[in-house]
Design a protein around this ligand. Structure first.
Ligand SMILES: Cc1cc2nc3c(=O)[nH]c(=O)nc-3n(C[C@H](O)[C@H](O)[C@H](O)COP(=O)(O)OP(=O)(O)OC[C@H]3O[C@@H](n4cnc5c(N)ncnc54)[C@H](O)[C@@H]3O)c2cc1C
Length: 475
């Protein structure tokens, strides 16, 4: 039996940087069967302990081995609503694959030999989308016109909406932007998550009867209290962590310095790469610098290098990061892909200031070299700037990707909605109910920047509580 991990096919770097087509092509059936056959089907499996929502991984891989794809789809769907999405974006190397028995003890992330659980999940998710709508069509009879509002249409909002609709409730999603999807649409680029995958899941929700109202900000267009007056009996808040953090260094306000959120939104949501056909422009420099080491930084850099290639702009894109590659929180695959695509990574580098032209545009970035010290509260070794090590680089466009915080549009006008010191909404961890009765929350607005699967896990829990509380309430 072939015990080597089955490699997933990818588009060659030289080809893929000229556009936004998906990079990872996924397993064929033959490849999925070969990869599944490597699973030891452990008597006491530990892989599920690495999954934030506890998918029964052994069971679904066993079902793949038996070619019971419908069964595998159903197993995954019991815990995760969007396997095609999670199979593409989950940081499996820090989660299920890291827990796989085939990962070497003490590795900071999964070993190569760990089962490619995420690619198997993607295979089943895509199979489910193509072949089976049974699960999404499985809806309880409507509970006498009872309606629930969902605020925000990221993975948390979409997942909650699906659960609530299947539970028999009338659901309306209110989304501030003009298209639903949250970070799945405006943040993660299509070369990682093709939009037809996202649109399919949104279409499924519409078929379930979920109504989506876009360009509608709760806290501005309508208050939380007004939602209840409109007849909604419960509200789920999936507001996300959409507010970018900045470096707070001199020159950061110069032209052509973007937050990663703005840069990615311009390109992914507003199609800036097709300017002037689409009205939103974006600056593409010759010397583009991206600051940060997470998924957002990788996405921004990979978009930037594509824009340089697509516009025949000679130059380069460089990531500046304070620690070393091993401490980068980004998915390992994304770091590898970024490097293959020609992105340079300058580690142990801490920006000090930007300087610019008379016209106010950024031209240079001054930085300090760092060395690694003892681990900090995040468990990663702390970067310590080395005195007198300043150096200057050319930089005619910069993207700051150093973290995201709570979106406070709603919480700032709703004082009775309790938040913590970061501005995140506080909830009862069992029910996900907030300090306001009938208002529940989940995703990045609870507990800060997380992952897609974590957001969905919280949303599922909240939806269960909402259904239970409305069923108890009676009419
Ligand atoms: C660039 C980027 C790349 C990432 N890559 C990955 C990855 O590869 N894997 C992974 O697991 N995670 C990744 N993440 C993290 C992941 O996307 C988030 O954890 C997840 O999207 C959180 O989901 P959410 O539904 O809570 O919030 P969001 O996805 O942020 O959605 C919140 C939505 O609520 C809307 N909203 C906010 N306030 C209001 C209001 N008052 N009224 C109406 N609408 C409102 C917003 O417009 C937004 O659409 C990435 C994040 C970013 C930014």
């Amino acid at each position: 039996m072939n015990k080597e991990p089955v490699k997933v096919k990818e588009v060659e770097a030289i080809q893929r940087v000229s556009g936004f087509k998906e990079v990872v092509l996924g397993y064929t059936e033959k490849e999925a069967l070969a990869e599944a056959s490597r699973c030891l089907q452990c008597k006491n499996p530990v892989c599920s302990s690495g999954c934030p929502v506890g998918i029964d991984i052994k069971a679904f891989i066993g079902q793949i081995i038996n070619k019971d794809y419908e069964g595998a789809y159903s197993t995954i769907r019991q815990k995760s609503n969007f396997p095609s999405i999670c199979g593409r974006v989950c940081p499996a190397e820090y989660q299920c694959r890291k827990a796989c028995i085939l990962t070497k003890k003490g590795s900071p992330f999964a070993s190569q030999s760990a089962i490619n659980i995420h690619f198997l999940e993607r295979f089943i998710g895509d199979w489910g989308s193509k072949n089976s709508t049974k699960i999404s069509a499985n809806r309880q009879p409507l509970i006498a016109n009872r309606k629930v509002a969902v605020v925000g249409s990221g993975p948390a909002g979409l997942c909650a909406a699906g659960e609530l609709a299947r539970g028999g409730l009338k659901v309306v999603i209110f989304e501030g932007l003009h298209k639903p999807g949250g970070v799945l649409r405006y943040g993660i680029p299509p070369f990682r998550l093709p939009r037809d995958i996202l649109d399919f899941e949104i279409g499924q929700l519409r078929e379930l009867g979920v109504e989506m109202v876009t360009n509608f900000i709760i806290g501005k267009t309508l208050s939380l209290q007004e939602l209840f007056k409109e007849g909604f009996e419960a509200v789920f808040l999936g507001l996300g962590a959409g507010i970018p953090s900045f470096l707070g260094i001199p020159g950061e306000n110069l032209c052509n310095i973007y937050s990663a959120n703005e840069f990615l939104t311009r390109v992914n949501l507003m199609s800036a790469y097709k300017f002037p056909e689409f009205h939103t422009p974006v600056t593409v420099g010759k010397k583009m610098v991206v600051i940060g080491g997470g998924n957002t930084a990788m996405d921004a850099a990979r978009v930037a290098i594509r824009l340089q290639k697509m516009n025949d702009i000679p130059g380069d894109t460089t990531i500046f990061y304070r620690r070393t590659e091993i401490e980068m929180p980004a998915r390992r695959l994304e770091i590898e892909h970024a490097k293959e695509e020609g992105i340079k990574i300058k580690v142990l580098t801490q920006p000090l200031s930007f300087s610019g032209s008379k016209a106010g545009c950024v031209e240079k970035i001054k930085s300090l070299e760092c060395r690694l010290g003892e681990p900090d509260s995040s468990g990663r070794r702390r970067p310590i700037p080395i005195e007198g090590s300043e150096f200057v680089n050319d930089c005619d466009a910069a993207i700051v990707a150093v973290g995201l915080g709570a979106n406070k549009i709603l919480t700032s006008v709703t004082p009775e909605l309790k938040t913590d010191k970061y501005g995140d909404v506080t909830v009862d961890s069992e029910t996900m109910e907030t300090s306001i009765k009938g208002v529940f929350a989940g995703g990045d607005i609870v507990g800060g920047e997380g992952t897609v699967i974590e957001a969905m896990g919280m949303a599922k829990k909240a939806a269960k509580s909402i259904i239970e509380s409305l069923s108890k309430k009676g009419k």
